[in-house]
Design a protein around this ligand. Sequence first.
Ligand code: PRP
Length: 209
Amino acid sequence: MDSFVNIALPKGRLGEKVYGMFERAGYECAEIKEQNRKLIFESKENGVRYFWVKPSDVAIYVERGAADIGVAGKDILLEYEPDVFELLDLGVGKCRMAVAAPSGYRDNRSKTLTVATKFSKIASDYYKSRGRSIDVIHLNGSIEIAPLLGLSDVIVDIVETGATLRENNLEVIEEIVDISARLISNKASYRFKGDKIDEITGRMREAIK
Ligand code: PRP
C-alpha cells in the first residue's frame, strides 16, 4: 500500500491558504511554492503528496479513494453528501448559504416559488423543511443574473462579502447555513492510515488555534 498520505487541495486562493495551514502543521512540501502548472507534489520526508484539483471535485477524489484526505467546503458536503468522514472545521473559506432576491421583492405564497441555484439539493431541503413548494432551476454559475432577467423569483447562493449581491441590486432575504472549509477523509484510508491521518488532524487543529 502507498505509505504517503494523498491530500486533495482546492485549487485557488483558499487552497493556498489551506496549504499554508498544512505547512504550519509540519507538512511542508518545498516544490509546491514554485509557480508552474504542475498538479502533483510530494514530500518524502513528511510522507505527504498534494494534488491541486477543482474545489468542487475534492470530495469526489476523497470519496473514491484517489485522495486519502482533502479540503472541501461544507456547501459541497451538504449538496452532494459524499460518503466520507468530516474530520475538522478549518475555520477558513467562511461564507453563508442564503436566499437572495431583488431589493423590495415580496413573496407571493399562493404561487410556486422559482429558485435558481447551483445547490439544488440544499435549496430543495431548505424549502421542504419550511413546507414551501418550489421549482428549482439548476444553473452552473452567475446565479445572480437569474432574477434580474425574470428566470427565477429568488436565488440560493453563496454570499461571502455581499459585493456581488449589492452590485446587482439583490439582497439576502433568508440565511440558510454557515459554510466553511472542512478536512475530510476517505473511509477506507482512515482505517488503514488512521494513525497518520489522526496525527495530521491533530496538528492542523493546533495550527489553526
Ligand atoms: C460565488 C457566489 C457568488 C459570489 C459571492 O461565485 O456564487 O456569486 O461568489 O461572493 P461575494 O459575496 O463576495 O460577492 P463564484 O465566484 O464562485 O462564481 P460563480 O458562482 O459565478 O461560478
